[in-house]
Ligand binder design. Structure first.
Ligand SMILES: [Fe+2]
Length: 303
């Protein structure tokens, strides 16, 4: 445990993502290794057959964060690209559109254009809130602003044999909203463990990824506190979470934990690695083969 964490803070962050069980002495590490020894996803150049599920993985639309001369122009550019992204999504017709957070750069502007944009997306939509949507520490009135537009602060959907769970990773930082984070703890555990009990595989999504490059990297803005990374990931893998989709880094990343891919795709606002704007299409096959292909969203004229 890092010295700068008090015991209360440590418990708070663990509890916040559904890991009170980790303190009961259960060996999640062993359970994760056993689960990982079973079939894990394998990336392929092309799927052998038809996909059993197709998910559009969209990162950080973050209206207002793009590079432009003024904040207004940045917002207009980001919105134009988001509209183009929706046009492409509707053509591709995925089973699900997953937004891995940071819907706007300034959470106060979330109701400005998103309600209208959401109406134009044909596929079901899941959103994992970002740090620009619900800044830390989490505060109830801000959660309400977000939920008024997107329906819920966290949510899940069952598609075929899969459960996709999008949670609010803002609770990995301490918050005084105990009732809210307790509610997410209970919900997350029941969703994930319930999925396994029902014979479903899970895909977990959050804005902040558990780690950027390696499990033992230092704590920073872009990852979970080191104290909870491994326990959380063991808990996920032990419960048959088979993919982890994230945002936040504005950098495209592919790595894994015990064979479970952890993926961060391109954004439509700003890519720190200078990659083109766009999103990813995750297609999973019968035998857990998968593709995660880039779909470009070209620069759009401002409206
Ligand atoms: Fe972001």
């Amino acid at each position: 445990m890092k010295e700068r964490f008090t015991r209360r803070e440590f418990l708070t962050t663990l509890e916040a993502i559904g890991l009170t069980v980790a303190l009961d002495g259960f060996n999640w590490s062993k359970a994760a290794e056993d689960s990982a020894a079973a079939l894990r996803p394998k990336k392929a150049a092309a799927l052998e057959g038809k996909p059993v599920i197709t998910i559009a993985h969209c990162c950080d639309p973050q209206l207002g964060f793009g590079e432009a001369a003024t904040p207004e122009e940045a917002y207009a550019d980001d919105l134009a690209r988001l509209r183009k992204e929706v046009e492409l999504l509707n053509k591709l017709n995925p089973d699900l559109v997953l937004f891995a957070g940071d819907m706007t750069n300034n959470w106060k502007e979330v109701a400005k254009d998103w309600p209208e944009v959401l109406k134009t997306i044909k596929a079901p939509v899941l959103v994992a809130p970002g740090n620009h949507d619900i800044p830390d520490p989490v505060k109830a009135p801000v959660v309400t602003v977000f939920a008024d537009v997107f329906g819920k602060e966290y949510d899940s959907i069952v598609l075929g044999g899969w459960k996709i769970i999008a949670f609010n990773s803002q609770y990995v930082r301490p918050t005084e909203e105990k009732e809210l984070y307790d509610a997410q703890v209970e919900w997350f555990r029941s969703e994930l463990e319930g999925a396994k009990a029902a014979g479903l595989r899970s895909i977990v999504a959050s804005h902040v990824p558990p780690f950027v490059k390696s499990l033992d990297e230092k704590d920073e803005y872009f990852n979970f506190p080191a104290t909870l990374r491994q326990t959380f990931l063991d808990y996920l893998v032990a419960n048959d979470a088979t993919f982890y989709l994230a945002g936040h880094t504005h950098t495209t990343l592919e790595r894994d934990y015990l064979g479970t891919p952890i993926l961060n795709g391109e954004t439509t606002s700003r890519n720190f690695d200078r990659r083109d704007f766009g999103f990813r299409l995750l297609k999973i096959g019968e035998k857990l083969d998968y593709t995660w292909d880039f779909v470009e969203v070209q620069k759009q004229p401002r409206r």
